[in-house]
Design a protein around this ligand. Structure first.
Ligand code: F6P
Length: 557
């Protein structure tokens, strides 16, 4: 892997610095002086229709951003990713989530292995098994069909599947899915509380199969299942019957099939993936098994095809029309030149209510780094803070700050033309009412409201300043015909590639996550102190000791 280019040393960076120096955002003026602006800065990527025109963008900025992409070698490193070079330097791994959605007819040999054949072998295994669950052919230990699958996982082994399951609820034709992630025992307790153990199946999803939260929850789920089955007399207390019950009520998803077996799950009931799939990039791998059970093979194939369509767009489209590339570069423009700290993602689609949470791991675990892939310090700010809620809920919560606060918060608005439920309120099409908000918000953010406009409404003079909207708040509007499996796949792949683009500009390894290790290690060190070990407690700082003392004094066991 070549040494990262310092972006600040490029000619494009110097041009962007100069452009920024002379840049006074004036979206109203930009639209007034160029009737073609909306058309010129709107691009299609697969089924996504992406309007970048309400961004701080003009021809010169666009040209300089595209030049920056070339100077930091995004084209070369993008090809390195797609062809399986070890661009995850600190873990010495290929980064091949794009191979998870390659059609069967393709071939991609990486480290001597045709990964496409491997991917489709696992997919076929999952499809066949999921069909058994969906048809009721697979029976629980007492002979009843499965009505609920419970995914136990955390991070990438949870956020992706739960987001997609929620997004594709209208496509659900199979059993319900639930998701347990937090080691807070209340999560597991609540999720299983009303379930019938005879008709519940757990999917333990963990890339490494070592994650404390997931293995603890899996053990709790196993105890719950066996306890309930014994209580009802469905099984006796023998190891043999416990094993038979686990075989019918537990499967696993992991890259570590040996550890799956050690946990007590039959490796025949496990679906594998590979270390070239990063946790937060794993939703299109076997990690999506709970969703496949819920929506079925055809819908999942459409989802993968959608991702693949976006992969092709990113790999093959010229820079000036390449949506993930341009969106990633715009994020760099805002982060490094306008010093924007955060980025809102605002889906006008209730089904995408977990999208921002999913994106937080994707973007922040990927690009929240301060050293580059050669170990040297970064030369620029990195990692935006992603956040958001679906519209219109967010409008009644935090939009005030975006509209009239002092911070610049670029925002992505997402909406679809056709709702899953076309509902009317009397004569009014409620979806149209909903989307009117979507259209109104980006216009209000871009163009604001002047003091004269406020006065013209008859507002008392002393109130006028409070009712003025400065405008010039940049937004990107992403629209699609409907929230189909393909479109959800395209949205995910879009943001995966945006994340890649930013990571390359900043010179960081977007595919490792060493920053989450320290907390994990410390939690294990502190555990004995929390359990009452005085010596272990003394190793802690004064504040932590006092907090543990408070806990020990208050805890009723
Ligand atoms: O799938 P695993 O190995 O249980 O890991 C879960 C998550 O933990 C992390 O390693 C750290 O948070 C994530 O990257 C990953 O998605």
């Amino acid at each position: 892997m070549q040494t990262p280019v310092d972006p600040t040393s490029t000619a494009a960076w110097a041009e962007l610095t100069k452009l920024h120096g002379g840049f006074t955002p004036d979206l109203k003026g930009a639209f007034a002086s160029d009737p073609e602006r909306a058309a010129r800065f709107t691009f299609d990527a697969a089924d996504l229709h992406v309007d970048l025109s309400k961004n701080f963008l003009d021809d010169e900025v666009l040209a300089a951003l595209v030049k920056l992409a070339d100077e930091v070698n995004i084209p070369g490193l993008r090809e390195a990713m797609f062809t399986g070079e070890h661009i995850n330097v600190t873990e010495d791994r290929a980064v091949l989530h794009t191979a998870l959605r390659l059609p069967m007819a393709e071939e991609l040999t990486v480290d001597g292995q045709d990964v496409v054949a491997d991917v489709h072998e696992v997919l076929d295994k999952i499809y066949a098994w999921a069909e058994q669950i969906r048809s009721g052919e697979w029976k629980g230990v007492t002979g009843k069909p499965i009505t609920t699958v419970v995914n136990i996982g955390i991070g990438g082994s949870d956020l992706g599947p739960v987001m997609v399951y929620e997004a594709l609820k209208p496509y659900k034709t199979g059993p319900d899915a639930r998701f347990i992630s937090n080691i807070d025992p209340n999560d597991c307790a609540e999720k299983v509380a009303d379930l019938d153990p005879e008709q519940t199946l757990f999917i333990v999803a963990s890339k490494t199969f070592t994650t404390l939260e997931t293995l603890t929850n899996a053990r709790m789920a196993r105890d719950w299942l066996l306890g309930k089955l014994q209580e009802s007399g469905a099984i006796d207390g023998s190891d043999e019957q416990a094993k038979a019950a686990i075989a019918k009520h537990f499967v696993a998803v992991s890259t570590a099939l040996d550890k799956v077996e050690a946990f007590g799950i039959d490796p025949n009931n496990a679906f594998g993936f590979w270390n070239w799939v990063g946790g937060r990039y794993s939703v299109s791998s076997a990690v999506g098994t709970a969703v496949i059970v819920a929506i079925g093979k055809e819908n999942w194939q459409d989802f993968l095809a959608g991702m693949h369509a976006m992969d092709l767009h990113f790999r093959e489209t010229e820079a000036e029309r390449n949506v993930p590339l341009l969106m990633g570069l715009l994020n760099v423009w805002y982060t490094n030149f306008f010093k924007a700290e955060s980025h809102a993602v605002l889906p006008y689609a209730q089904y995408l209510h977990r999208f921002a949470a999913y994106l937080q791991q994707l973007t922040m675990e990927s690009n929240g780094k301060s050293v580059r892939w050669d170990g040297t310090p970064v030369t620029t700010g990195t990692g935006e803070i992603f956040w958001g809620e679906p519209g219109t809920n967010g409008q009644h919560a935090f939009y005030q700050l975006i509209h009239q606060g002092t911070k610049l918060i670029p925002a992505d608005f997402i909406a679809v033309a056709n709702p899953a439920h076309a509902t009317k309120d009397g004569e009014v099409d409620v979806h149209e009412l909903f989307l009117s908000n979507f259209f109104a918000q980006t216009a209000a953010l871009a163009f604001g409201k002047t003091a004269d406009e406020v006065r013209a409404e008859g507002t008392a003079e002393h109130i006028v300043p409070a009712r003025v909207f400065a405008g010039n708040k940049p937004t990107t509007s992403i629209m699609a015909p409907a929230l189909t499996p393909a479109v959800v796949g395209q949205l995910i792949a879009l943001y995966e590639h945006i994340t890649f683009v930013q990571g390359i500009v900043w010179g960081i390894d977007s595919f490792d996550q060493w920053g989450v290790e320290l907390g994990k290690q410390l939690a294990m060190k502190i555990a004995p102190a929390v359990q009452g070990d005085e010596e272990a407690k003394k190793q802690q700082d004064a504040s932590t000791q006092a907090l543990i003392d408070y806990y020990l004094a208050k805890r009723e066991k």
